[in-house]
Ligand binder design. Structure first.
Ligand code: THU
Length: 158
């Protein structure tokens, strides 16, 4: 038996104002995207913004449904549309944020496991890692590559 260890590097900004302009801009797009959320059942509004390799920013928000599993997270709404609209482009970065009635949450909102799996597939397809920007009203964290968030993914068939 061998005990192994994993080490994860990520950046943490105490405020979005300290981020590079492009990342801050993407986070701002995610915040406005959350306004489009249809979150009738959870009242948890999430916004995502994807910057593609051609510079285009695609947004998404969570879309819920009375038949709960039929809804979709903000990240996958954005990623699936981005891939459908620009199949030849890769994802440079995705920003994610959630809102409540007072605005952007003070807690970080990390992508769920299913969204991480989808990010992993697009990374493999493009042969490049994406940066994942996780926002809050205060701290913002930036991860390079989805394996920083989910090191062991299902990739046997990919
Ligand atoms: N949600 C997202 O949009 N992204 C996540 O990463 C986590 C959860 C949505 C799904 C559902 O509409 C609501 O938040 C509550 O789970």
């Amino acid at each position: 038996m061998t005990e192994r260890q994993l080490h994860i590097n990520y950046l943490e900004y105490s405020s979005a104002v300290k981020m590079p302009f492009e990342d801050r801009e993407l986070l701002e797009s995610a915040i406005s995207a959350a306004e489009g959320a249809y979150a009738k059942y959870s009242s948890f509004r999430v916004g995502a913004a994807v910057r593609m390799s051609n510079g285009v920013v695609v947004i998404g928000s969570n879309q819920e449904n009375a038949a709960y599993p039929s809804g979709l997270c903000a990240e996958r709404t954005a990623l699936f549309y981005a891939s459908a609209r620009y199949p030849g482009e890769s994802v440079e970065a995705i920003a994610v944020v959630a809102l409540d009635d007072k605005g952007v949450l003070t807690e970080l909102t990390y992508p769920c496991g299913a969204c991480r799996q989808v990010m992993a597939e697009y990374e493999m397809r493009a042969g490049r890692e994406m940066r994942i920007i996780v926002g809050s009203a205060g701290v913002v964290q930036v991860f390079t590559g989805v394996r920083s968030l989910m090191p062991f993914i299902f990739d046997n068939l990919a």
